[in-house]
Each structure stands twice: as C-alpha cells, then as structure tokens.
Write a protein that binds this ligand. Structure first.
Ligand code: ADP
Ligand code: MG
Length: 256
C-alpha cells in the first residue's frame, strides 16, 4: 500500500501549518507510523524545528534533478520520523519553474521514486498559492487546512476551497480536503467560538473535532529543535496533537 500524502495548506502565514506538520508527524510516528516530512517553504522552519541539517541537499535539489529523493531524506532525533530539508533556493523556484514545460509536475515527478516504506508523507507548504504550492497540490492526495479563529477566516477558506476544487477538476482528480484544523484556539474567547461555529455549520464534515489550543510550550518547542510530544510530553499541545493523530488515522481509513 502506498503512503498517505497530506499537504498543510493555507496561503496565509502564521496559521500553524509548520507547527501542525511537525507535531502531527511526530504524534503519528509515536503511534508507530513511519513518517516522512517535506519542507517546501524557503524559510526552512520545518527543517530547524526537526533538527535536520539545512545545509545538506534538500527538496530544491531533488526538484531540480540534482539529487535523488532517497539521498535527501534525513533522520530526525525522533524514532520513525524522517524529513527532507528546505533552503533559500526554494525562494527562486517559483520563477525558475515558470519557464519550464509541465511546470506543475516537477514535484510529483521528483517524488515518484519514493518507495512504499512510508505510512505518511506530510508536506509543509509556503504561505502562497504560487507554483511551488501548485506542484504540491498536483502531487498530494489530501489537504489539511490549518486556520486561526479570526474574523476573516471564512474569506480565506472560501478561496482555498475553490483552489483545491479547481486543482481537482484540472490537474489532480484525487485531491480532497481531509479536514480543517483550528489552531491557537482559546475556548474562552467569544470570537473564536463564533468562528468555529460558523465554519463548522458551513463545512459540517470537514472540521476536525480536535482543536489545537494556544499553548506556549508549542511555540517554545521549535527553538529546541523538537516536536511538542518530545519537548513536553504532558503539555496540552501534546494531548491535542495526539488526539488529532487518532482522528487523522480514522479519517484516512474511513473514506479516502
Ligand atoms: P505557518 O507555518 O502557517 O506560518 P507556524 O506553524 O509557523 O505557522 O506558526 C506561527 C507561529 O505561531 C509560530 O511562532 C508558532 O510557534 C506559533 N504557534 C503555532 N501554533 C501554536 C499554538 N497552538 N500555541 C501557541 N503558539 C503557536
Ligand atoms: Mg510555516
């Protein structure tokens, strides 16, 4: 059986894409799943949050045909958790790809030789809907949309849903939204609850029951190069990402 391929997608920055990719990945790894993370963002936040070496060959070199995917995979300090680094070269890729034929298919072609050893391959997208993100949507089968409970949440979400729908109609018929994930949630905030209610009634089956609470330990963990479940195993963040892992396992088994 081939891996579940999941993108963390939102054109907005600071919504918890990287945090969720790392911490869901680590929670799945702790559950015994073999997980590969791919950093697609030139900022390399996932690379540093998992303590892999950003100077080694990474996803840019794989996409550019300078390195085989197998040779870009690095082991993280966490059992079962592996990652492919990103570096600043990724910042130029959108423009480099524009001139290429089949420019939307570079990532899919480059990852084609990933073997069947992975249970999950999770990719962290940059905060834009540029060509790198389009490449990611051509390759993956499932999308998780992390979002904050903010006033303009619905506008951004509608654009994302349309974008995924257009990709499904054109370049990747297999693409589906696996779920909408609320991050940095404060249950005592009236606005947060209104946004959750609003979006849940609009997309009733898509919102994950698990919401990630605002938790300072989650924000601290990346500076130690560790996922939350290793940095602080008893934190509310650890519990939340563990619950999310269970929900994801259940969802991918059920209908996708
Ligand atoms: P994105 O990848 O979408 O830009 P990040 O995952 O980098 O977003 O998160 C943005 C910032 O918010 C980071 O500094 C991160 O540490 C912090 N953060 C993310 N999730 C939480 C949370 N649940 N509680 C507290 N801080 C968080
Ligand atoms: Mg990020």
């Amino acid at each position: 059986m081939s891996a579940h391929t999941i993108l963390f997608l939102n054109q907005k920055g600071g919504v918890g894409k990287t945090t969720s990719a790392v911490n869901l990945g680590s929670a799945l790894a702790q559950r015994g799943k073999k997980v590969l993370l791919i950093d697609l963002d030139s900022q390399g936040n996932l690379t540093s949050a998992t303590s892999i070496d950003g100077r080694k060959k990474g996803i840019y070199e794989v996409i550019a045909g300078q390195c085989r995917v197998q040779d870009a995979i690095q082991q993280t300090p966490i059992l079962n958790l592996y990652a492919i680094a990103s570096n600043i070269n990724m910042a130029g890729l959108n423009i480099e790809l524009v001139q290429e034929q089949q420019r939307e298919f570079f990532l899919k072609n480059a990852l084609g030789e990933l073997d069947d050893q992975w249970d999950y391959v999770l990719a962290d997208c940059p905060p834009s809907l540029g060509l790198v993100t389009v490449n990611a949507m051509v390759w993956a089968k499932q999308v998780i949309i992390p979002m904050q409970c903010e006033y303009f949440a619905m506008e951004g979400l509608n654009l994302l849903m349309r974008t995924v729908g257009n990709m499904k109609k054109s370049l990747n018929p297999d693409l589906v939204v696996l779920g909408i994930l609320f991050t940095m949630y404060s249950k005592r905030t009236k606005l947060a609850n209104e946004v959750v209610e609003d979006i849940s009634s609009f997309f009733p089956n898509l919102v994950f029951k698990t919401m990630i609470p605002r938790n300072i330990r989650i924000a601290e963990a990346p500076s130690h190069g560790l996922p939350i479940n290793v940095y602080d195993s008893s934190s509310s963040g650890t519990k939340a990402y563990k619950a999310l892992a269970e929900e994801v396992i259940e969802r991918v088994a059920r209908n996708f």
